[in-house]
Design a protein around this ligand. Structure first.
Ligand code: ATP
Ligand code: MG
Length: 410
């Protein structure tokens, strides 16, 4: 038996209603806030991710599904920001009046160790906003994420925010952090040793418990808690907090929050739930003012986030499948199909039995799947009537066939 690949999962019919609800709410809430949907290809040139996600990230270093085709290196998208930025540049969206507000949903692929809340194919929902440096753009992005989560009945998630500053003010911080880590560098994990060279800030994001302990050293904590960012960046962060307060979005400042990707500057944020265990982040995002230019476009400020839909799924109340409006019980499949066609055409959901099984069996199926049974037996066919049985109350009445639509719609 061929089985689903490790780290992949079927989304079965019993869960579809809940997935559809997550997607419908996204459509409603993002469209209302003037975000437009964009759908980019599932595979892209490997180089896009190497440059766009960053070669000091776990994603690029060990999580990409990469293959060769016609001497080209291709990668299944591990995230969608790089693809959206590529599409933004390639389609000349920078020539439209900013801000450009986009959203997406779809499968992402990362070669990670599968565990609760971590799959190799999973789904993300995200927004990207291009063309505004204003902190109110950051606030609107965060607020949109929170409003979407609220629409799913999630009202008590923790919003954590931080500012990484700009590349200038971060430089000093980075050097000091290196200095403080150096004496114990050999005790950090191999990934952190690499990060030490390439992007030491990312050590703050390490999930290895031993590294976490090392970071608790007083001098390192003191550095993390100093206000190292420059005046302009600090002002931007103050503005962000002001706007979030005005929007009544509750948040905590977490000065150790850095995020896994290379491209963030100034605002970073995460939304977490303590009921998710160790994979507790539902949403992560931030500002990435340098990425569009780095991928060959004109210098364009941007901010966005991505949410893991599988993690959302485990948090929200499951939707049960609605029953069909009607099930036709008949020993004449072609008449049953004709009746179904007529009703389906009028927006009434219905089904019938293909092989004229015993009425008892057909009624069993009807009771399980529908609100009404429409009996089209020999008598009904002869007299051109239908017997309508309400399956909840077991009451029934026989009516002329041409009154069925009117009968069901009321
Ligand atoms: P984590 O720290 O949990 O690995 P990340 O920083 O790699 O997260 P992002 O790249 O920011 O995650 O992706 C945004 C969201 O996508 C995460 O907050 C999470 O909800 C979800 N996510 C990321 N990786 C996976 C995965 N392998 N399986 C399921 N969901 C995931
Ligand atoms: Mg990750």
């Amino acid at each position: 038996m061929i089985q689903a690949q490790k780290g992949t999962k079927d989304i079965l019919p019993e869960d579809s209603k809940t997935w559809q609800m997550m997607e419908e709410n996204a459509l409603k809430i993002f469209n209302n806030a003037n975000f437009q949907e964009i759908r980019t290809p599932i595979f892209e040139a490997t180089e896009l991710f190497a440059r766009g996600v960053g070669d000091s990230t776990d994603i690029v270093n060990k999580e990409m599904y990469t293959f060769e085709k016609a001497e080209r290196s291709i990668t299944l998208r591990p995230e969608n920001t790089a693809g959206v930025v590529r599409a933004y540049i390639e389609n000349g969206m920078h020539r439209q009046t900013p801000p450009i507000k986009l959203w997406y949903k779809g499968p992402m692929f990362r070669y990670e160790r599968p565990q609760a809340g971590r799959q190799r194919q999973f789904h993300q929902l995200g927004v990207e906003m291009f063309g505004s440096t204003e902190a109110i753009a950051d606030a609107e992005c965060i607020n949109t994420a929170v409003k979407y989560l609220n629409s799913l009945g999630l009202n008590s998630l923790d919003v954590e925010i931080n500012s990484l500053g700009c590349s200038k003010c971060r430089e000093t911080f980075r050097n000091k952090l290196r200095e403080l880590i150096k004496p114990n560098l050999d005790k950090y994990c191999d990934d952190c040793k690499l990060r030490y060279e390439k992007n030491p800030l990312r050590i703050l994001d390490c999930k290895v418990p031993d590294c976490n302990e090392l970071l608790k050293e007083a001098a390192i904590q003191e550095l993390i808690n100093t206000d190292f960012i420059c005046e302009e960046c600090a002002e931007h962060f103050t503005q962000l907090k002001k706007y979030l307060d005005a929007l009544n979005v509750k948040y905590n400042v977490n000065k150790q929050l850095v995020r896994g990707l290379d491209y963030y500057n100034r605002t970073v944020f995460e939304i977490k739930s303590n009921s998710l265990g160790s994979q507790n982040a539902v949403c992560g995002g931030g500002r990435y003012d340098g990425l569009v230019e780095m991928l060959g476009g004109p210098s364009t400020p941007a901010v966005g986030w991505a949410m893991g839909m599988e993690r959302l799924f485990t948090l929200i109340e499951k939707q049960s499948d609605a029953k069909l409006d009607a099930f036709v019980v008949s020993d004449n499949p072609i008449e049953a199909l004709k009746l179904c066609e007529e009703l389906r055409g009028q927006g009434i959901s219905c089904d019938f039995d293909y092989s004229a099984r015993k009425f008892k069996k057909q009624f069993e199926k009807a009771s399980k799947t529908a609100n009404y049974a429409l009996v089209l037996g020999e008598d009904e066919l002869k007299s051109n009537t239908i017997t309508v049985k309400n399956l909840a109350t077991a009451t029934q009445q026989t009516i002329p066939r041409n009154e069925i639509l009117e009968n069901l719609t009321k």
